[in-house]
Ligand binder design. Structure first.
Ligand code: F6R
Length: 611
């Protein structure tokens, strides 16, 4: 979604802001802008479209200044346009604001301010913030008080960067329900909505919490709580390599992240089995037999790809550890008044740790007394900080909008959780545990093996790129894999695709099958093989082309499918991780073949911080 950066220091802010914004491009945006304090005035440059357009404009009309704010906007209120791009000015250009999030009561504020003579130029909710600060400031408050008063009035979510013409040396920031960090430099300081924006300059950050306001100069950072008391925060050290947020020679972040998966899976397994081979060690999470027996019910809650990883968890915990699990879309969870109490364990799964719906679901669960376990990738994110326990998925920064390595990491976490619960509750024997553990430890090399076959998938892409509709079908775990495969194709290839439980086809959707339809049949689960094969034969009989994903050694499928991609043999419960890799590559190559912007697909944002 939108990105915020800000700079105050001894250097020219413009290249720093542009560099920061370019590191946030992956979040998805449709316009960009910067504002700097230049020769006694705040000067703005903004534009619809890519950061390159902004740079082109700045090349023609250069700006310079030692303090500035920048923004990439993902339109919510008003179309992508010059007028609606941020920074937004107050009436007489005294105050400039960049904002991530949504101001829910902006219409009421707008009406109130219009009656006081304020003139609104944009359709954005953000403009009301700029005018409201201006209003309080001009009514006699000092600028910090005016910001405090404004954040008290506004409802919704915000990460704000604010500069005021009367204070050429200070930058103000505020946060509620939208991520914001402060980068600590030497004679310079930064604000950003996401770490990559400032990693070129510093690894030392303060993580700003909800309702806090910060005042930054080149030499000083003051952070205040909502009662305006200055507070001291611990410095958080970012331990990523800067290369982790670079393409490192790959054409796209997505491809790089797909190829990082062996390393990511290995990292997730390392130190997570007890040394004496007696079970799983989930970092500092206890969740032992006593605690587990005390739990009345389990929910797994997430959005999108993370939700599918959660579905794998539900399936496995129920089937292997034999306890019921509810799996819920975070965007629906709150509205069904879920039956949560102190005996409920809610597992929230999130790569970013900032997804608005997941965060809100987690807060609801906590408010009802549930214990929350976060399965989170982004260290220091809101979910990681607010959950009772965190199991980090150790995938490093995921930059491409389409989630790949984070899914593999989340699914690995689900394998570990399943084994842990099953062992604690004596639902599997020690021998079974050892068999699965050994197979898990093989996963990194099996993933690697699949990746060496990327050229095979590229050939399938050439053969099937003109398919009009794509169905992904499977049963059991293969159905869950189908959902993730279909989502990936939709989001980056923009091809219409549907996942179906194979047995459901004849209850309606089979009517859509025709000669231009591609059916991707996922058939890794031996016990369901014959059943899914019958469904494959049904779609073949109606003219569809079938590309199957099967476990190595299962040659029978070749009789029914036009093409087969074999994944290496593994334990049935681990197959989803392997079967998904060719799907990721397929979506990647199809998107590329269709000329799409793989890393920044249209209409999408990396981290969905609005509901
Ligand atoms: C799909 C994708 C999204 C995310 C979803 C949840 O490729 O990336 O569906 O999985 O928006 O995001 P997180 O995991 O950050 O909560």
């Amino acid at each position: 979604m939108c990105g915020v950066v800000g700079y105050v220091g001894k250097n020219n802010a413009i290249p720093i802001l542009i560099n920061g914004l370019s590191k946030l491009e992956y979040r998805g945006y449709d316009s960009a802008g910067v504002a700097v304090f230049d020769c006694g005035k705040i000067k703005i440059c903004k534009t619809k479209g890519r950061i390159q357009n902004l740079q082109d404009k700045l090349f023609v009309n250069p700006l310079k200044g030692k303090i500035g704010i920048g923004h990439t906007r993902w339109a919510t209120h008003g179309i992508p346009s010059y007028r609606n791009a941020h920074p937004q000015f107050s009436d007489d250009s005294k105050i400039a604001v960049v904002h991530n999030g949504i101001i829910e009561n902006y219409m009421a504020i707008k009406e109130e301010l219009e009656q006081k003579g304020y003139n609104f130029i944009s359709e954005t909710d953000t403009e009301s913030v700029a005018h409201l600060i201006d209003y309080y400031y001009k009514s006699g408050m000092d600028i910090l008080d005016a910001v405090f008063k404004t954040v008290e009035r506004i409802e919704g979510s915000y990460a704000l960067g604010i500069i005021c013409r009367d204070f050429p040396n200070q930058l103000i920031a505020a946060r509620k329900d939208s991520p914001l960090v402060i980068g600590i430099g030497k004679e310079e300081n930064f604000i950003a909505s996401d770490m990559p924006a400032i990693l070129n300059y510093t690894r030392d950050v303060y993580l700003i919490d909800d309702n806090e306001v910060a005042l930054l100069t080149a030499d000083e950072i003051k952070i205040f709580d909502q009662n305006k008391n200055e507070i001291k925060k611990e410095v958080f050290k970012v331990d990523w390599d800067i290369e982790a947020a670079e393409k490192s020679g790959y054409d796209h972040f997505m491809l790089k992240e797909i190829f990082e998966q062996p390393k990511v899976v290995k990292e997730n397994l390392s130190r997570r089995f007890k040394e004496d081979d007696s079970g799983v060690q989930l970092d500092t999470i206890k969740l032992d037999k006593k605690e587990l027996l005390d739990i009345g019910q389990i929910y797994i809650v997430a959005c999108g790809t993370a939700y599918y990883a959660g579905l794998v968890g539900k399936y496995l915990i129920e089937r292997v550890a034999r306890i019921p699990v509810n799996s819920e879309l975070a965007s629906e969870f709150r509205y069904k008044q879920p039956l949560i109490d102190e005996k409920t364990l809610v597992i929230v799964v999130s790569q970013s740790g900032e997804t608005a719906d997941t965060l809100a679901a987690m807060r609801l669960a906590k408010a009802n007394g549930a214990r929350v376990l976060g399965v989170v990738n982004a260290v220091g994110s809101s979910i990681a900080r607010e959950a009772d326990d965190v199991l980090y998925t150790l995938a490093g920064p995921e930059i491409a909008v389409a989630s790949t390595k984070a899914f593999s990491a989340q699914v690995t976490a689900m394998f570990l959780l399943t084994l842990h619960i099953a062992m604690e509750l004596d639902k599997i024997s020690h021998d079974e545990f050892l068999t699965i553990k050994n197979e898990m430890e093989n996963l990194p090399s099996l993933v690697n093996n699949i990746l060496t076959k990327a050229p095979v998938i590229k050939r399938f892409m050439q053969k099937y790129i003109n398919s009009k509709n794509v169905f992904y079908i499977g049963r059991g775990l293969d159905y869950i894999v189908s959902m993730e495969g279909s989502l990936k194709l939709k989001e980056i290839a923009y091809l219409h695709s549907e996942p179906y439980a194979a047995g459901e086809l004849k209850h309606g959707p089979i009517a859509l099958i025709e000669e231009s339809t591609l059916v991707i049949g996922v058939v890794t689960q031996e016990e369901l093989f014959e059943k899914t094969v019958s469904n494959i034969r049904e779609v073949k009989a109606r003219g569809a082309k079938v590309l199957a994903i099967a476990m190595k050694g299962n040659r029978e499928i070749e009789k029914y499918a036009d093409d087969v991609f074999y994944i290496p043999r593994t334990h049935w419960m681990l197959a989803p991780l392997l079967a998904n890799i060719p799907q990721q590559l397929f979506a990647y190559y199809v998107a590329l073949g269709l000329g799409n912007d793989v890393d920044k697909p249209r209409n999408l944002a990396k981290s969905v911080t609005v509901e």
